[in-house]
Design a protein around this ligand. Structure first.
Ligand code: SF4
Length: 151
């Protein structure tokens, strides 16, 4: 594919998650695209100004609360806006983002109780990208994303 795809940096081995780790799931299917220069990697939370490691955070309606009681909403929104600008700059129409994240989740997020309970929902980044015409997939739906990219 010649058009680029936005990918959560933690899916490609970047240790940018809240716990300072990466999430390797999905990496292998995307490696050849990375080698061809087709991927644009971003961690919206880091781009929004949050440190790594950082306190885990969950989405409650339109706000993002950390487990330590801080309100991370502004940083998350800044990160989402940076993701959108990146898509616009690179004419990106497809994103593959890490499932369950309060930023990057596309089908599921945690419910805000910090008990590991997942609910249907999506992250702040996903919502902003979808509202602007970007199709958002996860590490579980990479094949669908690549099919769309090759159309
Ligand atoms: Fe990964 Fe997205 Fe969380 Fe960054 S914000 S660590 S890219 S899931």
């Amino acid at each position: 594919t010649s058009s680029k795809i936005l990918v959560s940096a933690c899916l490609m081995g970047k240790p940018v998650r809240y716990d300072g780790q990466c999430a390797s799931q999905g990496t292998e299917k995307l490696l050849h695209l990375q080698e061809q220069g087709c991927l644009v990697l971003l961690c919206p939370e880091v781009a929004g100004g949050l440190p790594t490691p950082r306190a885990p955070a969950e989405r409650i309606s339109e706000r993002i609360k950390s487990q330590t009681g801080d309100d991370f909403t502004d940083a998350f929104i800044r990160g989402a806006e940076k993701a959108l600008v990146m898509c616009q700059d690179h004419n990106i129409k497809i994103a593959i983002l890490k499932e369950n994240s309060p930023s990057c989740g596309s089908d599921f997020i945690y419910d805000g109780s910090f008990t590991g309970t997942k609910i249907s929902g999506s992250g702040i980044v996903t919502d902003l990208l979808r509202a602007n015409g970007v199709s958002v997939f996860s590490e579980h739906t990479i094949d669908l994303a690549l099919k769309l990219a090759n159309q």
